[in-house]
Design a protein around this ligand. Structure first.
Ligand code: MN
Length: 135
């Protein structure tokens, strides 16, 4: 099974994610915004190999739906979890975590952020290489 190369052509790549909140290169395509009045923000995120977001929390929680490649999810103080196409991650409000691609694979997930009346995201410090490469 191939884990390299991005087979996902469902959504356009969108905009390059801010280097303030991501290490490496990632792309974000907004699908549902706060302006749509569902109290939910949904985006498609493509991480290039090795790319990941900063540690962060979601005041309203978050659901990740993996649609391509292999990557990781880690909660602060816990081992990082490998993710692959078809995995769904439910992240409770205010849990400190990060998500991103494996070193040798692109990684694409849909990020669903509900309860936006409580806030969407609070960004924290970068995930260091030691943290990224650790357990
Ligand atoms: Mn998140």
């Amino acid at each position: 099974m191939s884990t390299s190369g991005n087979q996902n052509t469902i959504f356009p790549k969108g905009e390059k994610a801010s280097a303030d909140y991501f290490t490496g290169t990632a792309w974000v395509k907004n699908l549902v915004s706060t302006e749509d009045k569902f109290n939910t923000v949904i985006g498609n995120v493509v991480f290039e190999p090795g790319a990941r977001n900063n540690w962060h929390t979601h005041p309203g929680g978050q659901i990740l739906i993996v649609i391509d490649g292999t990557g990781f999810y880690q909660e602060k103080g816990k081992p990082k979890q490998p993710l692959r196409k078809g995995d769904v991650v439910k992240i409770a409000p205010n849990i400190v975590h990060w998500h991103g691609a494996a070193p040798d694979s692109e990684f694409t997930h849909i990020a669903v952020n509900p309860n936006t009346q409580n806030g969407v995201v609070q960004w924290l410090e970068k995930v260091t290489d030691d943290e990224y490469n650790g357990d």
